[in-house]
Design a protein around this ligand. Structure first.
Ligand code: HEC
Length: 404
């Protein structure tokens, strides 16, 4: 038994498990509080300092929620803070980013046909984007622009689309999408760690000192928390998209990312309007569906073959022996029971392409990964699968993917 592989594989899974759970907890509490905030209603006779109340029923009991817009007059004895779900999402997420994308930059981040980077350069750019991206976003929020939610939203969106475009000109599609997702995630966590929590600390400190807290603290914290709310859906798409090369493999991948941000915003707008009692803007679903259709269409235009098209050779001409030869020489070194490729300890995603039966079993996936998109071979075609060979694979699958 190979203990090292056994432990590293399970450590990887464990961190991913933590990441998903922490993310679920964070998003859950974020959605919950934005919903609660929007559903608060004013009425006569609320205690001093309370801006609104809401009644909720859950788990067999009734909850009577009240929000002190700035702060209560005294610091309550038991005060629950919400921050560790955000911090753990970041800690586990950044670990995964380093583990997979930074430690194996040549496979996941770099595409030499996009930009010929060394691993060190790629990682430096990756980390730089996270740090600078947050700094610029934070600067925009603090600038005059921050006075208008709408102006900030438009500029912030353009900023993220610009980053998406830039990343796709530097990294592989897969790498660009994970970096964009990581940047948005970093912005969201930094909002919690550098803005929301410090502002809440100041409010608490003022209460302890017996002073009236500055209402501005709560106001900026709330606006950052609303930004996070609007960024949640796109960030999940970007994280999951790495398993769907149609999303990142297209020439128009940056535009797909932009549309996804619009879709996320539209859907949040629907729920936020509804929770605030401002009606149900159903048009947002129609607009989101139209954007999603755009995503589907754009994903069909794959990166290099968009113009010329990979017109397959007539199926009759393709012998399985040809397919087997291609797959064995371009894919199997990673996709076999005990891969011989450095840094690939087990067959990725359990996909083994080392016998005729297994190749046939994965015909559709081979088509998606190596023909429709160019996600495989990874690292910008690291084993140099030629266009002619891709055509042979295409013709074989279209001709019924027979293993003889
Ligand atoms: C250098 C090693 C390497 C080579 C060569 C390689 N792959 Fe992969 N393959 C990977 C890795 C790593 C992953 C996992 C990617 C991920 O984590 O999403 C993968 C994933 C896959 C998947 C599963 C995708 C999913 O998300 O379910 C398929 C199918 C696949 N490869 C097919 C191919 C084909 C076909 C070829 C040859 C044309 C090929 N691979 C060549 C490393 C390789």
């Amino acid at each position: 038994m190979d203990w090292q592989i056994l432990f590293t594989e399970w450590a990887d899974f464990l961190i991913r498990w933590v990441h998903v759970i922490a993310g679920v907890c964070w998003i859950g509490s974020s959605f919950y509080f934005v919903h609660l905030d929007l559903s608060l209603r004013k009425r006569e006779g609320l205690p001093q300092g309370v801006g609104g109340e809401a009644w909720q029923v859950h788990g067999g009991g009734f909850y009577h929620m009240m929000k002190y817009t700035v702060a209560p007059s005294h610091l309550p004895q038991d005060l629950t803070w919400f921050k560790w779900e955000a911090y753990w999402t970041f800690i586990s997420g950044f670990t995964l980013l380093c583990w997979h994308y930074y430690a194996h930059a040549e496979l996941y981040l770099i595409d030499k046909s996009v930009m010929d980077l060394t691993s060190t350069q790629a990682v430096a750019i990756g980390v730089g984007v996270l740090v600078l991206g947050w700094a610029i976003y934070d600067f925009l929020c603090r600038s005059k622009l921050g006075d208008s939610e709408l102006a900030l939203g438009v500029v912030g969106f353009a900023f993220l689309v610009g980053i998406a475009f830039g990343l796709t000109k530097v990294f592989s599609g897969r790498g660009a999408f994970i970096e964009l997702g990581a940047l948005i995630g970093t912005i969201m966590v930094a909002n919690v760690a550098m803005n929301i929590i410090p502002n809440q600390r100041k409010t608490v400190a003022a209460l302890i000192a017996g002073e009236a807290p500055n209402p501005a603290y709560g106001k900026t914290a709330k606006s950052r928390s609303l930004h996070n709310n609007y960024l949640t859906l796109p960030v999940i798409f970007l994280m999951v998209s790495n398993h769907y090369p149609l999303a990142f493999g297209s020439k128009w991948n940056w535009l797909i990312a932009a549309l996804v941000m619009v879709i996320g915003g539209l859907i949040r707008h629907f729920f936020n309007s509804e929770h605030a009692g401002k009606g149900s803007p159903w048009w947002t679903w129609a607009a989101a569906a139209a954007c999603f259709l755009g995503v589907i269409l754009l994903s069909g235009l794959s990166r290099e073959n968009s113009g010329a098209g990979l017109t397959p050779a007539p199926a009759a001409n393709v012998k399985f022996a040809q397919v087997e030869e291609i797959v064995t020489s371009r894919c199997s070194m990673c996709h076999m029971a005990e891969p011989v490729w450095d840094g690939v300890p087990v067959p990725p995603k359990g996909v083994m392409l080392d016998t005729p039966q297994r190749i046939q079993l994965h015909a559709q996936q081979i088509y998606v990964q190596a023909v429709m998109t160019r996600a495989m071979p990874p690292g910008g075609n690291i084993t140099e699968l030629s266009d002619d060979d891709r055509k042979v694979l295409a013709a074989w699958v279209q001709g019924g993917a027979l293993a003889k």
